[in-house]
Design a protein around this ligand. Structure first.
Ligand code: HEC
Ligand code: HEC
Length: 229
């Protein structure tokens, strides 16, 4: 045991010598750990959900986020930055607090989501503001292949949670998919299937476990084309 520890500390030395920064990003246990509880109601998440969000304060607080997520949270058509406009406030609170807790990894968003956002009230404000922004039909869509098959798969395996029109379910924390950029949907669907989004819903993971990359692509494309309310 002691030899083993010694070897580990020796192994760590070269990393320090070449100036690799120590791990400062928080990391909470996620779906990879035994006893994972999805969407546990505690701490900052619970406080932010209990707080009443203020749309105009949220607009000001969101300014620091716009460099990536664009004005009004429309995101980017290439899917590099998701659309946040029109997403359910509950979903936004869940994702923001999971990212801050280190349960959903998002190195790009550090330190914006940690240092620039002060606490539960500001999270609630930003979520209220974003939910109130219109979802517009100018989102990025896929190549439109095999949409007949995609529609059958979507309505069979996804609609129970994400809604027949991709509208999601605010009370259940299921995200709206309609109006979202195709490339972002595709990336997240693959990540969720492969365990890379550690705050995932285990039932969703089950429902996409046997999906090929190709089927996740066409079904994400289908979702990106669903009509907006
Ligand atoms: C440096 C770029 C950058 C900045 C600044 C940034 N974000 Fe993000 N954000 C991202 C990226 C990239 C993702 C998607 C990560 C992924 O693919 O999983 C994301 C994802 C999100 C999500 C999850 C969306 C979903 O559909 O699940 C929320 C919510 C979010 N950001 C809110 C914010 C807020 C609020 C701020 C400002 C306080 C902010 N972001 C600032 C890059 C950024
Ligand atoms: C049991 C309910 C459930 C089912 C069934 C389900 N999902 Fe999900 N999905 C979720 C939840 C909940 C999230 C949010 C991730 C989280 O934090 O848990 C999500 C997230 C996503 C995301 C990322 C959205 C975003 O804004 O970041 C995509 C894409 C997605 N699901 C696609 C699908 C597709 C395609 C299917 C069907 C093949 C499907 N889901 C089936 C519950 C479900």
């Amino acid at each position: 045991m002691k030899t083993c520890q010694l070897m580990l500390s020796l192994l760590a030395l070269p990393a320090l010598a070449i100036g690799v920064e120590p791990e400062t990003v928080p990391r909470a246990a996620g779906i990879e750990s035994a006893g994972y509880v999805w969407n546990e109601m505690e701490g900052e998440k619970l406080l932010a959900l209990q707080a009443k969000g203020d749309v105009s304060r949220g607009a000001v607080a969101f300014e620091v986020c716009q460099g990536c997520h664009r004005n009004g949270g429309t995101g980017r058509v290439d899917g590099s930055y998701p659309r946040l406009a029109g997403q359910h406030a509950s979903v936004l609170v869940k994702q923001m607090t999971d990212i801050r807790a280190g349960r959903r990894d998002n190195r790009k968003m550090e330190p914006f989501s940690s240092e620039h956002v002060l606490g539960p009230q500001e999270i609630a404000d930003i979520a209220a503001y974003l939910q109130a922004q219109p979802v517009t039909p100018d989102n990025g869509q896929g190549p439109g292949k095999d949409q007949g098959r995609a529609g059958k798969l979507y309505q069979r395996d996804c609609a129970d949670c994400h809604g027949t029109q991709g509208e999601g379910d605010a009370a259940a924390f299921y995200p709206r998919l309609s109006g979202q950029h195709y490339r972002y949907l595709r990336r997240e669907a693959l990540l969720i299937r492969d365990g890379g989004r550690r705050n995932s819903n285990p039932d969703m993971v089950k429902s996409v476990r046997n999906y090929s990359d190709r089927d996740l692509e066409i079904v994400s494309d289908y979702a990106s084309r669903l009509p907006l309310p």
